[in-house]
Ligand binder design. Structure first.
Ligand code: NDP
Length: 259
């Protein structure tokens, strides 16, 4: 799983998504994160196909939306995603959100069967906190990935450690705080020290914590900037200063209370 991908939430379907994905692939990204909810799965697929990059070189993730939970619903939703993308398989299929009640457990059973049928290379979850993960722990197949909001401003140490101990990859969504903390003066001071942008510091921090990152951008210059994070290292004292920015604030949503 490439450690850096492009997230395409909130990029309008059609040319805008196609152009962003194409720009990312041309820059060297080999990982795209979409979802049924985003309404742009088909455009991701078109861009991959038109880029000339072999399908097997691109890691494509999509997700099961809340209205499709339950065994049958999940199987059907997955088939519909595949058909929208005109693909034989996806690389990673995630439960997008831990909806209430038993349906989410049935959905996990469906994902296991999809995986066993060879239609996706890996299965995982998103927005799952410890209680949700515990619920499916006894299954023959456990999630390989948990995609959750993560940045220095939401440093979820406990769940990171929990996942790490169980071999679950933590994938950080909204790793750039949706742009809302890029002006933080403490972050800017560290960025100036390394001659990097605040966005690059946030991404590098995530890499050094072992996260997979999926920043969203529809601007080619930002897409390039966000990929340019593999040639420097944040020193321990600055990592500690970034860790201390934690304010436990969710930019997206807080799944902790989902029963
Ligand atoms: P991000 O933290 O990735 O921030 C995106 C924002 O930052 C956009 O406004 C973008 O604007 C801006 N930006 C990107 N690069 C830069 C840069 N270098 N400098 C300044 N601004 C920049 O937010 P998202 O919430 O979109 O999260 C990323 C991805 O994670 C989503 O696209 C989606 O794939 C996934 N996600 C999953 C969720 C889930 O429930 N599983 C929930 C939320 C997100 P511009 O386009 O102009 O560059």
């Amino acid at each position: 799983m490439p450690v850096l991908g492009l997230g395409v939430w909130n990029i309008p379907a059609g040319r805008a998504t196609q152009a962003s994905v194409r720009s990312a692939l041309d820059t060297g990204y080999r990982h795209i994160d979409t979802a049924k909810l985003y309404g742009n799965e088909a455009d991701v697929a078109i861009a991959v196909q038109e880029s000339g990059v072999p399908r097997e070189d691109v890691f494509v993730t999509t997700k099961l939306w809340n209205t499709d939970h339950g065994y049958k619903g999940a199987i059907q939703a997955f088939e519909e995603s595949l058909s929208r993308m005109r693909m034989d398989y996806v690389d990673l299929y995630l439960i997008h959100w831990p909806v209430r009640g038993p349906a989410r457990i049935e959905s996990w059973d469906a994902l296991i069967d999809i995986y066993k049928a060879g239609k996706c290379r890996a299965i995982g979850v998103s927005n799952y906190m410890m209680n949700h993960l515990e619920e499916i722990r006894g299954n023959p197949i456990v999630p390989t990935v948990n995609q959750i909001e993560f940045s220095p401003f939401l440093f979820q140490k406990e769940i990171l450690e929990y996942c790490r101990q169980r071999g679950i990859v933590v994938e950080a969504y909204s790793p750039l705080t949706r742009g809302r903390r890029l002006n933080d003066r403490r972050l800017q001071a560290i960025a100036a020290k390394y001659g990097r942008s605040p966005a690059q510091i946030l991404l590098r921090w995530g890499l050094q914590h072992g996260l997979v990152l999926i920043p969203k951008s529809s601007r080619p210059d930002h897409i390039r900037e966000n990929a340019n994070v593999f040639d420097f290292e944040i020193r321990a004292e600055d990592m500690a200063a970034l860790d201390a920015l934690d304010e436990q604030h969710h930019m997206a949503w807080d799944p902790t209370g989902a029963p």
